[in-house]
Design a protein around this ligand. Structure first.
Ligand code: LP5
Ligand code: MN
Length: 244
């Protein structure tokens, strides 16, 4: 009998504009995740998240599906992405999820790994790291969450537009992880495996400290990393055919 794997996904960027990805995720939750020993979502589950009080249909639907998973006994762990870092206590209560810190060590089947969203490793992207300091400022978040939903939606849309514009003339290497940052953080945590998302460059890299596994964003393909007694396996599947 196969051991039940721990599963890792990230960067689904769920939004009303991509109902096919939402459907593929719901199928994934009902089938693969239901047979998992744990599900880890390493950030950017949503395209944007403006607060746990957002009554948007997609937010309610996904929270309900995640609650069904945890009610069925599958532990769910969620990390903040650079789009959905406002996921908070309300989301955790509604879904039964545990929200993890930006750097978290997991151990399954004797395999120990550091899991992160990955944006913190993009240290060459100074503009982003500066934005991140403001966006993660608790006082600014407190003020933002007190604005009306409409105001928050407008501000988030502004930031998305500004970010897309800024990205369009950024060298692509700047938007990837920095090698020294990767080596430093793996040494800091004394791990030989780092798992992250964010860069949308799915791959497994041998690095000086061990292995860096990058999860893929869900676009035309969906990506899932599984970990069981046989080790790690990074697989993709077609979003289109996942709907059946
Ligand atoms: O997100 P993406 O893929 O476009 O690029 C990211 C980095 N950009 C971001 C910004 C987000 O997209 C903004 C959306 C957040 C919505 C959540 C609600 C906000 C709550 C605020 C609480 C206080 O993460 C991008 C990286 C890229 O990844 C690759 O790593 O390069 O970083 C940038 O482009 C930073 C730029 O400097 C752009 C900053 C945009 C925000 C401008 C702030 C103006 C404030 C307007 C109203 C307050
Ligand atoms: Mn991201």
């Amino acid at each position: 009998k196969r051991a039940m794997p721990a599963l890792f996904i990230s960067d689904l960027h769920l939004s009303p504009e991509r109902p096919d990805i939402t459907r593929a995720f719901l199928v994934f939750l009902q089938h693969r995740a239901a047979q998992a020993s744990a599900l880890y979502i390493l950030g950017d589950l949503f395209e944007t998240w403006i607060g746990d009080d957002d009554p948007a249909e997609l937010s309610i639907e996904i929270q309900g599906a995640l609650r069904n998973l945890t009610d069925a006994g599958v532990p769910l762990f969620v990390q903040a992405g650079n789009r959905d870092f406002l996921l908070g206590l309300g989301f955790a209560r509604a879904t039964g999820a545990t929200i993890l810190a930006d750097q978290h060590i997991i151990t399954h089947y004797g395999h120990r790994a550091l899991i992160m969203h990955g944006d913190l490793l993009c240290t060459d992207d100074l503009a982003y790291q500066r934005f991140r300091r403001y966006a993660r400022n608790p006082l600014l978040q407190f003020c933002f969450k007190r604005l009306s939903l409409v105001r928050r939606q407008k501000l988030a849309a502004d930031m998305r537009r500004k970010s897309a514009a800024a990205n369009s003339n950024k060298a692509s290497e700047i938007m990837d992880v920095n090698g020294e940052a990767v080596a430093g953080i793996m040494e800091k945590h004394r791990v030989t495996t780092l798992i992250h998302g964010h860069t949308h460059r799915p791959n497994r890299h041998q690095v000086a400290s061990g292995e860096r596994i990058v999860l893929g964003d869900w676009h035309s393909l969906g990506w899932v990393l599984s970990l069981d007694d046989t080790g790690y396996d990074l697989q993709s599947f077609s979003i289109a055919t996942a709907e059946q």
